[in-house]
Design a protein around this ligand. Structure first.
Ligand SMILES: [Mg+2]
Length: 237
């Protein structure tokens, strides 16, 4: 491939599923709502099949009865259950070292999350990661509709040309946001969408954060320390 190697100055990170390893946690929380209503439970395969943005449609696919359970009621119940034990949810193991490597490479970083803004600030602080980000943006409510408008505001605030930015996320919605913003995108298949689905939409997909440094323009993101064993890209360019 003869394309000029991109040179990024800034990484926009997604949070849930990309830096935070909350896939199984989310499945468990949603199952607590489903079991109360006698509905079929989720496992990873079914979750990966039905989860998507906007999450209102995902809730519809789970079989809830809209006559008794409005989307707003279910969202409140899900977030209350999620927040009750969210401190138990870990980061992806390579997340701190990857953020440190990006910083050491001289790139700035920000967060663009569908999580409610105040909660995002709190949880990022809980992990001691706030200092890595020049901006943290979450949505104003709990309904996770879209990150596009928030991303546009973030891009304007950063004041960088779009071709100097790369967005790193774990879902097809992250790709949609990146395309709307005109920035590059890399997807990590360790979160809320499976590798196969991501690869149907995009060619820059890695199986784990440790694979990011194998992609063109991201070579500097190799975390310091002993080499990891899961760094092979799914779709080498
Ligand atoms: Mg995510």
């Amino acid at each position: 491939m003869a394309a000029r190697m991109p040179r990024y100055r800034h990484v926009i990170w997604d949070w849930n599923g990309t830096l935070l390893d909350d896939l199984d946690y989310c499945i468990g929380v949603m199952n607590s709502l489903l079991v109360r209503r006698g509905l079929p439970l989720l496992d990873r395969a079914r979750y990966h099949d039905v989860f998507d943005f906007p999450v209102r449609d995902y809730y519809g696919r789970l079989g809830f009865d809209p006559q008794t359970d409005s989307f707003e009621k279910l969202s409140g119940e899900f977030i209350a259950a999620y927040d009750a034990r969210r401190g138990e949810c870990p980061l992806h193991a390579a997340a701190p070292a990857t953020l440190a490597a990006v910083q050491a490479a001289g790139l700035t970083q920000s967060l663009l999350s569908a999580y409610r803004h105040e909660t995002l600030l709190e949880i990022v602080g809980h992990f001691g990661l706030t200092g890595y980000f020049c901006q943290l943006s979450g949505l104003a409510d709990i309904y996770a509709r879209s990150k596009v408008a928030l991303g546009r505001a973030q891009l304007a605030s950063l004041g960088l040309p779009p071709d100097e930015l790369v967005l790193i996320g774990d879902t097809v919605h992250d790709l949609e946001v990146a395309r709307e913003l005109g920035v590059s995108c890399v997807l990590v298949a360790a979160g809320h969408h499976p590798a196969g689905k991501l690869r149907r939409h995009h060619d820059q997909v890695v199986p784990a954060l440790s694979g990011l440094s194998l992609l063109p323009g991201l070579e500097a993101l190799r975390p310091a320390g002993p080499p990891g064993g899961d760094a092979a890209p799914l779709s080498p360019q």
